[in-house]
Design a protein around this ligand. Structure first.
Ligand code: SAM
Length: 225
């Protein structure tokens, strides 16, 4: 699985892509993450941004450098998609993450300022994704979220059982405990110390359902999330 990230500040992402699961996955060659500096696609004398037609505050990222960058990095031989990170896109959810994990290349465009020239969307973008109904200053954090969530589904990246994570069976994960048995007077639920695997399993299922009903009733009502 290959990720190509086009950004004005690619160096801001490198430290987080070099540690923990993602860092190890890269070292093992399970995922490839290529960071591309948008300035490298500017023509001599060309600016990265300009004033919006029609007036208004802020600057808009020019389309042509982004289009050049996308066409430069997108490998048409790989099943892939070009994704623009934008608060106006489809919200990133588990179902969408699974869809993306089926691809071999994901090109992510990180916006800045007031956003990017709309013609980029018309010419080279396959999909627009938002990480939630709020506005960040740039697409780098959303890109990180997409890469991290999708990479976890690449076989071999996560050592434990990914299917036990929240959302896989449409539920939130049950509460978890580790040593010591008592923390500030709060004990671990007795059943987890019983050694009875069937009972532990039953307790976990119940807790998972109860937690999901309480915290995310929308998941219970609409399991396609
Ligand atoms: N003016 C734009 C609007 O109102 O839709 C917001 C621009 S925002 C300040 C700059 C960039 O941050 C966007 O182009 C996008 O790449 C990124 N961004 C901000 N919030 C985001 C979100 N919730 N999800 C994905 N990307 C986001």
């Amino acid at each position: 699985m290959r990720f190509d990230i086009i950004s004005l500040f690619p160096e801001s992402l490198d430290p987080l892509f070099s540690i923990s699961l993602l860092g190890k996955a890269r070292k093992k060659g399970l995922v490839e993450i290529c960071l591309h500096r948008l300035e490298d696609y500017l023509l001599p004398g060309e600016d990265i941004d300009d004033m919006p037609f029609g007036g208004g505050g802020g600057m808009v990222m020019k389309g042509e450098p982004i289009i050049r960058a996308v066409r430069g990095v997108r490998d048409k031989n790989l099943k892939g998609e070009v994704i623009l990170l934008t608060p106006q896109g489809e919200t990133l959810r588990h179902r969408l993450v699974c869809e993306l994990a089926d691809l071999k290349q994901i090109v992510l465009i990180c916006g800045r300022y007031e956003g990017i020239d709309e013609r980029v969307v018309e010419l080279v973008v396959d999909r627009e994704i938002s990480i939630g109904d709020f506005v960040l200053s740039g697409g780098e954090i959303p890109a990180l979220a997409v890469v991290d969530a999708v990479a976890r589904l690449v076989p071999g990246v996560v050592c434990g059982k990914v299917p036990e994570d929240s959302f896989y069976d449409g539920m939130l994960k049950y509460p978890q405990y580790t040593r010591p048995r008592v923390v500030e007077g709060l004990p671990v639920p007795e059943v987890l110390l019983s050694g009875n695997h069937a009972e532990v399993e039953r307790w976990r299922k119940e807790e998972s359902l109860e937690r999901t009903r309480r915290r995310r009733p929308d998941l219970v009502q609409n399991p396609s999330h």
